[in-house]
Design a protein around this ligand. Structure first.
Ligand code: HAM
Length: 414
């Protein structure tokens, strides 16, 4: 019986895996410069955590989670995103009593049972960043600056940053009412999903692929017009900071995001170059979330990037050539070949130990395939004199080098 891969789950080999490694390296280099620390959290959580944070009425919770009971019948889910888990971990570790502001980042696989297509997987990877403990618009602008710097470092251009303010628990209900009243007049023209959402999650009508394009949506009430003075000031300050720093963005009245925990500033980074799935990153402020999960009343703001989508926009890094490939011409030479290879790696060089000793020709073919700069050839003659024949694979020149001089010979002959 063959074992099949699950649809929407990918195996990843070089060079794609090295693109992911490169993203992680950039992340580890840049995020700490903004004061962020890496956190690692579980992939499986109690389902309740996601229902309470992401929201019962969202597509993610209603249709997309991989949920199954644990041994005791309690429902668990593979995480569809990282924010909820980080909030749970923050509350459990009482981080708010240890530091005023916590800046945390993580990366890893997330799971959503969506219809797979280009840029949309059932197991996908996110880089996630959360700033907890500040309600200041400076914090919003700071995480957006981090996102912008990170993306730029990956060499990705041609992205549009879209921003909106979703208001707060004071002003959003008024907007919600106005929007419902407006949409009710067009109820029969709405798609089936939006007719259902109209009274449960009316803001999602604004970013519905079908209905957002309808003519009557042009005159729908704008959420910014309903922002209370505090929300308006917050948004103006955050966007003003971006403008002053030359971070370009577009005000998007229809940007509402698909997760329920957001308030005030929300944003997405979108690309036109990756097919139908345009969002490569998304995030925003979520001031009531930690409290709603039973934690302290601590505000937060953050974002997540989709690594598969970023990878579609990136070039694979050039593979690095190994320094050496060691050939032992007969089993009596295994010991020296093994010691030499180990010694070179301890000296910081990279290379492969060849396992083929059937013939010089076969061994050298393997050396060539490995792409190594040097083949280190050991036969019984070299073994007897504690030397190696070192062949430069670029120009074919061969020299005899004493074993103790190998590391410096290979390191200096670049
Ligand atoms: P999200 O918008 O649901 O936000 O996901 C963030 C990013 O994950 C998306 O922009 C997209 O690039 C990627 N993504 C989502 N679903 C898929 C999929 N099925 N296949 C491939 N990539 C996907 C969140 O997850 C929030 N937790 C972000 C956040 C952090 N907000 C505040 N802090």
């Amino acid at each position: 019986m063959s074992v099949a891969r699950i649809n929407g789950f990918a195996d990843m080999f070089e060079p794609e895996s090295s693109v992911f490694t490169m993203m992680e390296e950039h992340c580890r280099a840049i995020f700490p410069t903004y004061g962020f620390h890496e956190v690692r959290i579980p992939i499986l959580e109690y389902t309740d955590l996601f229902c309470r944070s992401i929201g019962q009425e969202t597509d993610v919770v209603q249709k997309e989670m991989y949920t199954f009971p644990d041994g005791k019948g309690r429902l668990t889910s593979l995480r569809p995103e990282a924010t909820a888990g980080i909030m749970r971990a923050y509350i459990a570790a009482s981080l708010n009593s240890k530091e005023q502001v916590s800046r945390l980042y993580t990366f890893g696989p997330m799971f959503r049972h969506e219809r797979p297509q280009k840029g949309r997987m059932r197991q996908f990877h996110q880089i996630d960043c959360e700033l907890l403990g500040s309600a200041s618009p400076l914090a919003d602008a700071d995480v957006i600056s981090l996102l912008e710097q990170f993306i730029t470092s990956l060499g990705i251009g041609r992205l549009t940053l879209r921003l909106n303010s979703l208001g707060c628990s004071e002003c959003r209900p008024k907007y919600r009412e106005a929007l419902i009243a407006y949409l009710e007049k067009h109820e029969s023209e709405l798609c089936e999903d939006c007719q259902r959402r109209l009274h449960t999650n009316p803001l999602r009508v604004l970013d519905c692929k079908k209905d957002s394009q309808q003519d009557f949506m042009k005159d729908a009430p704008r959420i910014l017009d309903y922002n209370c003075p505090e929300c308006r000031e917050h948004y103006e300050t955050a966007t003003g900071l971006l403008k002053d720093s030359g971070i370009a963005f577009v005000q998007d009245d229809h940007l509402v995001r698909g997760l329920d925990y957001y308030c005030r500033t929300t944003f997405e980074l979108q690309s036109d170059d990756i097919g139908a799935q345009t969002a490569v990153a998304g995030g925003g402020r979520y001031d009531g979330l930690i409290k709603s999960l039973g934690g302290p009343d601590v505000p937060g703001v953050g974002f997540a990037c989709g690594m598969e989508r970023l990878a579609l926009l990136m070039k694979s890094p050039d593979p690095k050539k190994p320094d050496f490939y060691t050939v032992s011409l007969d089993p009596s030479c295994y010991g020296l070949a093994y010691r030499v290879s180990r010694g070179l790696r301890l000296a910081g060089l990279t290379g492969e130990l060849g396992y083929v000793s059937s013939s010089m020709k076969a061994a050298m073919r393997q050396a060539g395939k490995s792409g190594a700069r040097y083949a280190i050839i050991i036969g019984s003659d070299e073994l007897a004199r504690n030397v190696c024949a070192v062949k430069n694979m670029d120009n074919g020149n061969q020299e005899e080098v004493a074993v103790e001089n190998l590391a410096s010979y290979i390191s200096t002959k670049d």
